[in-house]
Design a binder for this molecule. Sequence first.
Ligand code: B3K
Ligand code: ZN
Length: 876
Amino acid sequence: GQIIHLEDYRPTDFVLERVDLTFELDPKETKVEARLILHRREGVDASAPLVLDGDELVMTGLLVDQEELAAALYDVTDDTLTIRGLPETAPFEVTITTMLSPETNTKLMGLYRTNSVYCTQCEAEGFRRITYFPDRPDVLAVYTVNIIADKKSAPLLLSNGNYLGGADMGDGRHFAAWFDPHPKPSYLFALVAGDLGVVEDTFTTLSGREVALKIYVEHGKEPRASYAMDALKRSMKWDEEVFGREYDLDIFMIVAVSDFNMGAMENKGLNVFNDKYVLADPETATDADYANIEAIIAHEYFHNWTGNRITCRDWFQLCLKEGLTVYRDHEFSADMRSRAVKRIAEVRHLKSEQFPEDAGPLAHPVRPTKYREINNFYTTTVYEKGSEVTRMLATLLGRDLFKKGMDLYFDRHDGQAVTIEDFVACFAEVSGRDLGQFSLWYHQAGTPLVTASGAYDAAKQTFTLSLEQTLPPTPGQSAKEPMHIPLRMGLLLDNGAEADLSSVSGADITGDVLHLTERKQTVVFSGITSRPVPSFNRGFSAPINLHIEQSDDDLALIARHESDLFARWQALNAIALANLVSATADVRAGKSVTVERALIDGLIGAAADDRLEPAFRSQALSLPSEADIAREIGADNDPDAIHAARQQVLKAIAVAGRETFLRLADEMASKAAFSPDAESAGRRALRNAALTYLVHGEDKPARAAEAFAAADNMTDLSHALALLAHRFPDATETAQALATFRQRFADNALVIDKWFAVQATIPGAGTLDRIKTLMTEPLFNGNNPNRVRSLVGSYAFANPTGFNRADGEGYRFLAKQILDIDPRNPQLAARILTSMRSWRSLEDVRAGHARNALKEIASATKLSADVSDIVERMLK
Ligand code: B3K
Ligand code: ZN
């Protein structure tokens, strides 16, 4: 594919007024009639043709104003339909008939079938696989949709908006008509038809309108949709209370399907979900599943305003809706759960997913300026870093001005397709601030590195901070400007109090936010009565790497006394990470590993502190992952050494904290019936963290096997299974537990995905053979994205030692899988391939094998645009 540039944006030549669609559904021969009412935009040359997008379409009819068109007046190519000789000013009607085969559509873009249900996915460019269309987000129109289908196999016929009516057609078929009064871009179009069960409820909005709520799932799975319904109602209420946003149709529908390329899709009034993010009950879903369902239900619902009512002018503006909506769902979860614990989870995720992307060959700005395949830009940078940029805006402006800016944005741009500049302008306007430098966060890729060092002058009672920011080069961006970094901070004094920051020179400080705006800044705090311990980046106020020479004692002080709980966790994490990095060096040097007292005391102290909530204590106990350690080391990584070092540190903590862990395992055991609420989940998390250490401190699988046998919910059961499989892969207890689990859940694909993932993430070189065997297992299905992600995806993304085998077999296996998946489902293939994005930070032998595997993919004939874009950027 060719490269699309932001600077080439211009509005369409023709304005689309209305769309009428009629679908005659059939698994192999679906007929689509699309009637588009258009007119030439004022000022556009009378000779300009209408150029519509298409993708793998078979056109069987074309009329303009109900008349057939002379062959000389139109051209059809692989991806366009061009029509000439159209009226100069008057509106006209183009009627296009296309034939589709939903059943053989394995790309899961456009109209396809999943478990006998017809469903659509149109974002970003799937609508053009349904009919020829101006398929871009700045073309907003009102849609009427007629659906005709076999009554027996498809009793349910759904589309966006409000239901107009329907009838029996007398020939075994029936039809339904839907009308969506809100102008929308084609990517928000949706159609679902099939035979599904439903869970129903209602929600009364702020202004007293009653909205019908419906969640459609496979028959028999209705009870597992009740948590999703509860999350939906809480989301609707929260958006009214916090953002003043009310729902705007008579009905809101969610459909859960089992074949889906991503998590979910926010189609207007008709969200389509990967069933993984709808279905839950205690027996089959973990606490993490519940939290994900809550967050994704909220995310898609919140898109109704941030994305649907106000949409993107072009796909470069993707973060306008995604970054903002992630920020909104983060805030929602923080309000529903523990804010500090939620923030820790967000930062863990950001650092493990977005930081590596930003530091590797796939790095790109939050608002990119060019792309080859837009599907490859639904990235953690656009989503999670985009959310962090929104959060920084809120930090800079403060609550009230941020809210004012949001209100202005909703008010001014409702019904429009806009840009990041439009968004930022609302905040500049309400605050009177120049947000020019701040906007660099949207344009400059890479994670800033801030280095800090402090000096206390007891005589003058001053504390001098020397701060420096650097932004590493990223693909296409070598030189960077300094950014506006809002650093929340405190100066902790030895009496446990905090220094007053107001008497300062060298930087602006508002509240506890220090504004770092220069490349280098020297900041002097006066009136500091004793040597302070600086605590930086409270709440992770800026998505940066921070390097500061700080002793373990100082970090331990922060871990014990910071008023910001997140900062306490951050300090513990810093102690742990430094220790794990040096332990890795020890292993590589053939030395014995040193585990620092500060680490052991810090972790066990936090775990044992009954004043802290259990969920926080479990986070404190959870060591940085092997990927975190690799990222911190940065180059010449040996995953085996990292693994060995981490295991030894884990074991040392396990031995030292045995009494505490035994006590916690006992105290945190639940006595009441299962409840998915955050508090109960926190207790389970702390108990399982304690159990993890206990199991690592012992040589026999008995304790893990007992936990497996005793578990009465999926959180505990899958945790015990993972402990067995990862710590004792070859034990008979493990084989038995795996067999029991398989048998018990063989008819529940989502649970079997956990079974695949647990086995795919067993550390060590032997896992590859296991995976090859599992691929021949009857429960595996290489066409289902969830299955492929669970087995192949977990292996490549979450098994550092298993995947990065020194002999390169892991990479060769992945290359083979990518080439196998690509022709069926390019999006899935491209996404899984990004697991290799950090290949250059491996030691030479592995990096060499990785390069060869990538080259093998690159040299294959007939690669999809998705995969070739990723592989080429990774090799550049
Ligand atoms: N907007 C969709 C993602 C679409 C991905 C297309 N390749 C889900 C979401 O972010 O809410
Ligand atoms: Zn989204």
